[in-house]
Design a protein around this ligand. Sequence first.
Ligand code: FCB
Length: 438
Amino acid sequence: MTTSTHFPADFTWAVATSAFQIEGAASADGKGPSIWDTFCAIPGTITDGSDGTVACDHYHRYREDVALIASLGVDAYRFSMAWSRVQPDGKGAWNEAGFAFYDRLLAELETYGIKAYLTLYHWDLPQGLQDDGGWLNRDTAYRFADYAREVARRFGNRVVSIATHNEPWCTANLGYGNGQFAPGVADAKQAVQVSHHLLLSHGLAMTAMREVGSAAQLGIVLNQWTADPATDSAADRAKADFEYARSVQWFMDPIFKGHYPELALRVHGENAPQVQDGDFAIICQPIDFLGCNYYFRSWCSAAVPPVPPPNALGVTDMGWEIYPQGLTELLLKLHAEYDLPPVYITENGMANADTLTDGRVADAARIAYVESHLAALKAAMDAGVDVRGYFLWSLLDNFEWNSGYAKRFGIVHVDYATQQRTLKESALWYRDFIGAQR
Ligand code: FCB
């Protein structure tokens, strides 16, 4: 794609991060522990044995980081709040020193005229709530609504948007399904119940935030993909249908249609969640925007061993297939199936085995990745999907969950020994691309 590919003049260009992945300051100024602090301490959970104690030390370096954001010429910045920083136990007392950090961050963004897109929950549940049963405990949904209400009351007029959850699919399926993520439970039935409580908490939080009259746009961020059968066999097609139902439709249908997808319920069988009367009325309420995170498609093969994906454009350092047209296909499919509010691509980007040489990081592969995904996004917009913004994941190299610091997603390189930030070539390209769009 060339820079002659014109996005609308009011399209939002942005970068994204999340609290646990960059902030560090794990116990500073009264912050309570989160389930990720606990999880990282268990030997063998994180590939490189690392944790989030320091991360990018953004808590102390936010001024420098906001200046970097501004230097890219972006319109907006998506970040998340660490719940246990502002409410150490996840219930009870608020921590004013924690709120003060986000107040300082917002003030800094305001100085540069950068719009704030806040996410309430990017996976770091306060450990205090985990001790009470975490997301398996229905009560956690109500605690989440209390937290959402307080944040909206304090900051609802200073941020453009508030997303309740980031990728609840991951919280449920990686946190409780295969145990790859905190809290590290591997239990299919629990994972499905957790997904229901997450959806319930989303609905309760929406209501709570509306009640305090927040001016922010309110919505949710979902990780989404198309599911492609590896072959035309009935088994592969069935696998793909189930995969799409249990991942994309599982979260979209309750929010937009007020029920779970029939196919997924059937396949879940006795693992289907306990739903109380009135739950869907809470979950299914209008959202002002939908955040869509897209990284790859789901490739579905029922064969043993499975038929591998074609990987025509290669794979990222995560081993994820690079498949930009999946973004076009996904958005068109969602547009056909649901009455969508404005959509934002709230995450997209790639891990690359970057190296800093003579002050430069030549990450041509990342530029190609972003460029091709922007072209795919534009194709969906040209076909009628109302997409309002693109958030590149990520501003900084950061703590990539169970991969630790071994995977680099940033357009800014971080030397973790010195905390030195260096703009990669992709950052310079993104800056110039945005400039050309204007
Ligand atoms: C998404 C997460 C984000 C980051 C990227 C690579 O699933 O939301 O925190 O880990 O993947």
